[in-house]
Design a protein around this ligand. Structure first.
Ligand code: FES
Ligand code: FE2
Length: 434
């Protein structure tokens, strides 16, 4: 299948402004869901979510339903949730463990690797019926980056590591903050849906500009708990002068690096969570001061937003997945991560800290996305402005692929991802199922 759109991209996405149609056009959304979510390497799930032989978990490549499974040999497969008889979905559980997938319509039965094992009343098919050609359609390329599983239908894509590029280095750092580099996504998730296009979340992903305004109540609350103005001051005082940088990393990936603005201890910078002192003291008693201090620094994750185009965001200690539902509706799911080789107290504390932002901050962002969506319903007001920082020198060009670093309140990273988006949307892509 070859996908291409008939849009005037040089008009729709300019250097300093974007046309509203990029967000509001349902036909364009259909192309995005085919090309970007499936043509590019797209995050499916984490290996820890399918830990054993027989484990499976449903996911999506855009609007395509996928089952990610682990077979008896431990190999991972991404299968389309689509019976090869008459297309019914074969799996309705979100996740679980099974020996086979049985289609509820006429009972065709598939193995964990998608092979068709049996059809009822087989005599009804003649000798020409070849079961080996009737497997569940497969995502032909599936690769794992240290536990993060991605898939693509595009045989022309470079390797996953090449596609991630500099974003892979940042993701690696995030993973290696956990002892022995082992993380799990089995502690549950926080899910929210907003009325608006998925790219509104992407536009926000490396944006330090909005923090003091959109998250004002959170900033004020934090300041009131720390009268000296220590924690939260990074965002409250002069955010445009704080050492927080946003990066465009190439291939559409962006990165907001808060860490340099967070002082010597990232744990001390975390807002207080229920039971913090108790759990931290317990760790100090059981591990000793020095080891506990090291562990506590790992607990809140990393001071960062890493955004891997088109659907994976790493926020502090959490994994957020962007799931477009339609051109005007988007689901965001925050998966808490736990550290496999860390004491229980450290992970409990990590959970408590992780609950903070989705509840007290994410709601602000969701409201802003919906406000933008309201504004985008005015056809006569055509343009979104993304010019901030255009006349201000970049902090640094960091790689030949156009990757760059700028102050976190500027919109260089936003423009970088939009240009990558524009490039992908114009690219011929040949997509196939295996
Ligand atoms: S549609 Fe699956 S067995 Fe008929
Ligand atoms: Fe925000």
């Amino acid at each position: 299948m070859t996908v291409n759109g008939d849009f005037d991209w040089n008009h729709l996405i300019q250097e300093q402004r974007v046309h509203r149609e990029v967000y509001t056009n349902p036909e364009l959304f259909g192309i995005e869901m085919t090309k970007l979510y499936g043509g590019l390497w797209t995050y499916l799930c984490h290996e820890s979510e399918i830990p054993d032989a027989g484990s499976f978990r449903r996911s999506r490549l855009g609007l395509r339903e996928v089952i990610v499974s682990r077979d008896k040999q431990g190999d991972i497969h991404a299968l389309f949730n689509r019976c090869s008889h008459r297309a019914a979905s074969v799996c309705s559980e979100q996740a679980g463990s099974t020996a086979r997938f049985v289609c509820p319509y006429h009972g065709w039965t598939y193995g964990l690797n998608g092979d068709l094992l049996a059809v009822p009343y087989a005599d009804g098919y003649g000798d020409g019926f070849d079961k080996s050609t009737r497997h569940l359609p497969r995502v032909p390329r599936v690769e794992s980056f240290h536990g993060f599983i991605f898939g693509t239908l595009n045989m022309a894509m470079p390797t996953l590591t090449d596609y991630l590029g500099l974003a892979g280095d940042v993701l690696n750092d995030f993973i290696n903050r956990a002892p022995n580099g082992k993380l799990e996504l089995s502690a549950g998730a926080y899910r929210s849906t907003y009325h608006g296009n998925w790219k509104l979340a992407w536009d926000n992903a490396a944006d330090m500009y909005h923090v003091f305004f959109a998250h004002r109540s959170l900033v004020e609350m934090t300041r009131s708990r720390y009268p000296e103005g220590d924690t939260g001051a990074t965002y409250a005082a002069r955010p445009d002068q704080s050492p927080i940088y946003s990066y465009y990393l190439g291939q559409g990936h962006t990165y907001l690096h808060h860490r340099p603005g967070m002082g010597p201890s990232i744990f001390e910078r975390a807002r207080p969570a229920p039971g913090s002192e108790l759990w931290a003291d317990s760790l100090r008693r059981s591990m000793g001061e020095e080891a506990a201090a090291d562990m506590l620094e790992r607990v809140p994750g990393q001071g960062m937003n890493l955004n891997i185009f088109p659907n994976l965001m790493i926020i502090a200690s959490q994994v957020q997945v962007v799931e477009p539902v339609s051109f005007d509706r988007t689901q965001l799911t925050w998966y808490a991560t736990t550290m496999t080789d860390a004491p229980l107290e450290a992970n409990v504390l990590r959970m408590r800290i992780a609950e903070d932002f989705p509840n007290f901050g994410e709601v602000d962002d969701l409201e802003m996305f919906e406000r933008c969506w309201q504004g985008l319903q005015i056809p006569e007001a055509e343009w979104i402005d993304c010019s901030r920082g255009s006349d201000v020198p970049l902090a640094e060009i960091i790689a030949e692929n156009g990757a760059h670093k700028a102050h976190g309140t500027l919109e260089h990273a936003l423009r970088g991802y939009l240009q990558a988006y524009k490039h992908y949307m114009q690219q011929d892509m040949k997509l196939q199922a295996g």
